[in-house]
Design a protein around this ligand. Structure first.
Ligand code: ADP
Ligand code: ADP
Ligand code: ZN
Length: 216
């Protein structure tokens, strides 16, 4: 099964993708994570992407579709993909259809996580991750069980993204409204869209996502 998790910054895409990876052995393809890795490694793609990401704007379509294609090629046929943060434009949505078709795959379901914009700033400014294993946390909504210690790997080092500040979030939300939200009707028309209330508690959202996938 190949699915897209769609929603504005902070909607909970990464959180739900991690749950699907753990529960179902699916593979998370997060363009945000791939781009951050490229920035960290100082690759040519990373060097180009850094300023764009810091400003909260979108990296060119060819760049992200190119890295998605490379990652799909590394997957075994039996593994399902979770597209997290991709596609974000109509051109990317078209590219994804082609990338999947070229590999004998198809898109089974698109889950839109719906959230109030007002809540997103709080979600994003409180977001942090384990510096060692990448597990996601939140200052208020998802604290480690033991303060300052990662539940998953025991590390005591955490990090925050440079673009997770209020000003950049506003730009990212505007990019979402202007360029990403318009692709939702494409999937709705195909009959593969499920809307899930992203304002519910994390576990409730996971249950609704699971129900949407098992309804297939
Ligand atoms: P996205 O990948 O869509 O940008 P994340 O999954 O990183 O969003 O979630 C953003 C922040 O909000 C994280 O700190 C996460 O722990 C928290 N979060 C995710 N889902 C929920 C939820 N349903 N309720 C409250 N906080 C949430
Ligand atoms: P969030 O889920 O919080 O919106 P991401 O980690 O998905 O953040 O993306 C972080 C940044 O990486 C985006 O603001 C954008 O600059 C870039 N980016 C990630 N995915 C894409 C994409 N599919 N197309 C263009 N830019 C992207
Ligand atoms: Zn950890």
């Amino acid at each position: 099964m190949n699915i897209i998790l769609l929603g504005p910054p902070g909607a909970g895409k990464g959180t739900q993708a991690a749950k699907l990876v753990a529960d179902r052995g699916m593979v998370q393809l997060s363009t945000g994570d791939m781009l951050r890795a490229a920035v960290k490694a100082g690759t040519p793609t990373g060097l180009k992407a850094k300023a764009i990401m810091d400003a909260g704007e979108l990296v060119p379509d060819e760049v992200v579709s190119g890295i998605i294609g490379e990652r799909l090629d590394q997957m075994s046929p039996g593994e399902g993909a979770i597209f997290d943060g991709y596609p974000r434009t109509a051109a990317q949505a078209e590219a994804l259809d082609q990338l999947l078709a070229d590999r004998g795959r198809k898109l089974d379901r698109v889950i839109e996580l719906t959230v109030d914009e007002d809540a997103l700033v709080e979600r994003i400014t409180g977001r942090y991750t384990c510096a060692k294993c990448g597990e996601g946390y939140h200052d208020k909504f998802k604290q480690p069980k033991a303060a300052g210690v990662c539940d998953v790997c025991g590390s005591t080092e955490f990090k925050r993204r440079p673009d997770d500040n209020e000003e950049t979030v506003r730009t990212r939300m505007a990019e979402y409204r202007g360029k990403t939200a318009p692709i939702i009707p494409i999937y709705e028309a195909r009959g593969i869209l499920t809307r899930v209330d992203g304002m519910a508690d994390i576990d409730q959202v996971s249950a609704a996502v699971a129900a949407a996938l098992d309804g297939e």
